[in-house]
Design a protein around this ligand. Structure first.
Ligand SMILES: [Fe+2]
Length: 315
């Protein structure tokens, strides 16, 4: 089971039921408040976030563009206040109607190395999502520390293979959340994934992991997950696996390989080249695919509301 932060209030659902896996963790923490004015939740709609990089200091500013070897010219570096970015994304998610019933933060919740204070601040910033009835799921990124994350929210600690992996069942798809640690998943996790995908049957599956499973050639190139070459055949083998979402590069890419849709989520926070988008992804699940829409923090960004239709491969 992944870390799943339950909602703080009960809401009305416009589709399906709550996720089955993790049902115990989804129990609301506060008493119900089902007023008729509340915006309903949609179990077929999911907010995808990645790389929030929250600092213990809500005033912390960071130049994502300023790294050794950056092609950005001096004086043109761009940076962001990470807390403001997450607050803006949370606000935009909450402006949707119906609301996504689930949100997945695909790694790098923390700025440095997963300090307790960073997680306290992260929890504070996502609280409005929970108060709106949205269930939040989190994967582990290379700036996270799963032990300290578990300690920060002990009631949701859930461990498999010493890692943070699990399945979230939604009406139209199963999400399999994986733990790419600091660049490796390991043989044990690949075996677990192989067995899990085989057991999940024909229902579409979307995989989530923080690292890019193959080399990235964007503005800041990188080889990605060191054992990504062992992950890809497992994804390819199971035809129920339709899409895979990852973060880490802080770059937006939507592509298809072996009929699998790969979505490189844009970061919530900083980016590595001048003018790149940051924000979140609005995913609407259908019976034979999904619609995704990029939502930029900067609503004037040229790519704001960029849409893609993902059609699931057969089988
Ligand atoms: Fe990151």
């Amino acid at each position: 089971m992944p870390i799943t932060v339950p909602p703080l209030s009960r809401r009305k659902f416009v589709s399906g039921t709550m996720g089955l896996a993790g049902a115990a963790a989804l129990t609301p923490l506060l008493s119900a408040d089902d007023s008729k004015t509340e915006v309903p939740l949609d179990n077929d709609r999911v907010a995808l976030l990645a790389d929030t990089h929250i600092s213990a200091d809500p005033k912390q500013f960071y130049y994502g563009t300023k790294w050794p070897g950056t092609p950005v010219k001096d004086g043109e570096h761009e940076g962001v206040n990470m807390a403001d970015c997450l607050a803006a994304v949370v606000k935009d998610v909450l402006a949707q109607n119906p609301l996504p019933a689930h949100a997945v933060v695909n790694g790098d919740c923390a700025l440095s190395n997963g300090k307790p204070e960073e997680y306290q601040e992260f929890i504070r910033l996502i609280k409005p999502l929970r108060q709106a009835g949205i269930t939040v799921h989190v994967t582990i990124g290379n700036h996270d520390n799963r032990q300290r994350l578990w300690k920060a929210i002990p009631e949701f600690k859930s461990e498999e293979l010493g890692r943070q992996v699990g399945v979230v069942e939604l009406p139209k798809a199963n999400f399999v959340l994986l733990d790419s640690d600091r660049g490796t998943m390991g043989e044990e996790q690949f075996n677990w994934l192989d067995k899990t995908l085989a057991a999940l049957g024909d229902k579409p599956v979307i995989g989530f992991g923080h690292y890019h499973p193959y080399p990235h050639f964007g503005v800041r190139p990188g080889p990605g997950q060191r054992d990504g070459a062992s992950l890809l055949p497992v994804l390819k083998k199971h035809k129920n696996l339709k899409a895979y979402c990852y973060g880490h590069t802080h770059n937006w890419v939507v592509e298809q390989k072996s009929d699998i849709h790969f979505i490189n989520q844009l970061p919530v926070s900083y980016y590595f080249a001048k003018g790149l988008p940051h924000g979140w992804v609005d995913m609407k699940l259908g019976d034979t695919g999904a619609e995704i829409e990029m939502r930029c923090v900067n609503a004037n960004h040229a790519q704001h509301k960029e849409r893609h239709t993902l059609n699931w491969r057969k089988g």
